[in-house]
Design a protein around this ligand. Structure first.
Ligand SMILES: NC(=O)c1ccc[n+]([C@@H]2O[C@H](COP(=O)([O-])OP(=O)(O)OC[C@H]3O[C@@H](n4cnc5c(N)ncnc54)[C@H](O)[C@@H]3O)[C@@H](O)[C@H]2O)c1
Length: 485
């Protein structure tokens, strides 16, 4: 019996070796055309990206189509307005899990705290953001919206928003030129000037600075979600060029402690499974960065039996990784043996070309951090390496000796590009964004200067209270939220 088992195992090992040997010879494939260069933040940041009606076979650019919604309006540009009904279902499904935002919508409906607000937004256009946009509209705002990422738009959702009367300019697979054109169409509208900005990545803010600086006279504030965008705002502030108050949602505790940690814990495996069908048990994985995102990824991978190594540059996070039972290593120590490399640092050049050269055949490489420069993907676009697109968002990069590395989403955020993310967590972040807009829009003159602020604690607590409405069993100690309305 045991002998049979051993024989069986031996056969499997031999088969695996044969397969590996076989895959060392590149199959016929031309070098994939290089993807267009686009603004960094238009390709990173996160959202639930799955689009169920991706009509990529329709090659006509939305810019060349004339479309009208059922009310006769054409102030939008989406892939196909006929997908609106399907998108409406998607939005309704998202609403089920976005209790905090829906509670805010119901509570503030009478007051209309955003009456008169003209919000220009640039975020991922997904069912979850649609719930946010429609909440802002319900609270009195007028909205014009574009996508902060060329790949993340759910076309049917954009259509549903356009059908509902929101001026939305976005579709999945925009070119760089389309990307800026869409942003411009949101701002450059005769008879309409924004007085609030909601940005994710800072591209919209950058465009207003570059093309329409006079608009800032009317802008009451900027709300920024992503680490990149916040970084850009701090740079402006440092240079004395920030001309309106800005709210940093990224560093709000309700984003960091929920979105970054739980969103990644719940979506990392989904992204890897959908793209590679990989089994995690027994696999050796190195996770670079043990901040909130890294912690979430490591916990999920460990739970499925992967052997997880962590690299860190911060001794405190390194110690935390150690105490959580992970082996803290230098990337070079494990680079030749690991089956997966996952970056979660928000830093640049965390995995260099030299390290990519040393990966073993079949290694999966992906990024969960904001920026698509964590893995030096640009260095892989050289003539001696062959790129082969094997699935949507999965490239085999093939070395001259036949070694293949599986690069997911071209080094962009894995969960953004290849999986969905939990709506409930997004709801907390979206509520933070809505509260930040309400706060900046209604703040008496002088409360906020031309600087970057965090959401006031009272608003954060209010957000938590809205979230906990659906957790009646939660023990909140003495906190009743009674004073918070
Ligand atoms: N995928 C998603 O859904 C999602 C969600 C939220 C945030 N993010 C992004 O993920 C990134 C990380 O976010 P976070 O909240 O974990 O940030 P964080 O600051 O808490 O953690 C980043 C960690 O990486 C470490 N680090 C930096 N450079 C490193 C290097 N070269 N090698 C090893 N470790 C290094 C830092 O010391 C830090 O501990 C950010 O870019 C953030 O915008 C992604």
């Amino acid at each position: 019996m045991i002998l049979n088992l051993l024989l069986c195992l031996l056969q499997q090992i031999q088969f695996a070796e044969e397969k590996q040997e076989f895959s060392r010879f590149p199959i016929k494939a031309g070098r994939r055309s290089l993807s267009r260069s686009i603004s960094q933040s238009s390709t990173d940041s996160y959202s639930s990206a799955a689009s169920y009606t991706d009509s990529s076979d329709d090659e006509t650019s939305p810019r060349d189509k004339t479309q009208i919604n059922s009310k006769g309006t054409s102030d939008f540009c989406v892939k196909n307005i006929k997908q609106a009904e399907f998108g409406r279902h998607e939005i309704e499904i998202a609403e089920q899990e976005m209790s905090a935002l829906i509670s805010l919508r119901k509570r503030a409906l009478g007051e209309k705290p955003l009456a008169g607000a003209k919000i220009v937004g640039c975020t991922h256009i997904t069912a979850q953001t649609a719930v946010l946009i429609e909440t802002l509209v319900a609270l009195g705002a007028q909205c014009r919206w574009s996508a902060c990422n060329i790949y993340s738009t759910q076309n049917e959702v954009a259509a549903a928003l356009a059908e509902a009367g929101v001026a939305v300019f976005a579709w999945k697979g925009e070119s760089e030129d389309d990307f800026w054109w869409c942003i411009d169409r949101c701002i450059n509208m005769q008879g309409w000037q924004p007085n609030m900005i909601l940005d994710d990545g800072g591209d919209l803010t950058h465009w207003v600075y570059k093309k329409y600086p006079s608009i800032f006279k009317k802008i009451r504030g900027i709300v920024e979600e992503s680490v990149t965008g916040v970084h850009r705002l701090y740079q402006l502030s440092k240079a004395g060029k920030l001309c309106v108050p800005a709210m940093n949602v990224n560093d709000s505790v309700t984003k960091q402690k929920f979105d970054n940690l739980y969103c990644c814990r719940e979506s990392i495996l989904d992204g890897l499974k959908r793209t590679t069908d990989v089994m995690f048990g027994g696999k050796q994985v190195v996770v670079c960065g043990y901040g909130e995102v890294g912690k979430g990824c490591c916990a999920a991978l460990k739970a499925l039996g992967a052997i997880v190594y962590v690299t860190e540059i911060d001794p405190i996070c390194a110690l935390q990784a150690c105490m959580d039972g992970f082996r803290v290593v230098k990337l070079n120590e494990v680079i030749r043996v690991v089956d997966m490399v996952i970056t979660c640092t928000g830093n640049k050049n965390v995995v260099t070309r030299d390290q990519l050269d040393r990966l073993k055949n079949g290694c999966i490489v992906c990024n969960m951090g904001h920026s698509n420069t964590e893995i030096d993907v640009a260095s892989l676009r050289t003539p001696e390496l062959t790129w082969e697109r094997v699935r949507s968002q999965v490239d085999h990069v093939i070395w001259p000796d036949g070694k293949r590395v599986l690069l997911l989403a071209e080094g962009r955020l894995l969960n953004l590009s290849c999986s969905t993310v939990p709506t409930f967590v997004l709801s907390i972040t979206a509520t933070t964004q809505a509260l930040a807009l309400i706060e900046l829009y209604n703040a008496p003159e002088g409360r906020y200067k031309q600087d970057v602020y965090l959401l006031p604690k009272k608003m954060v607590t209010y957000n938590v209270k809205l979230v906990t409405i659906i957790y009646p069993f939660l023990y909140l100690g003495n906190f009743t939220g009674a004073n918070l309305g």
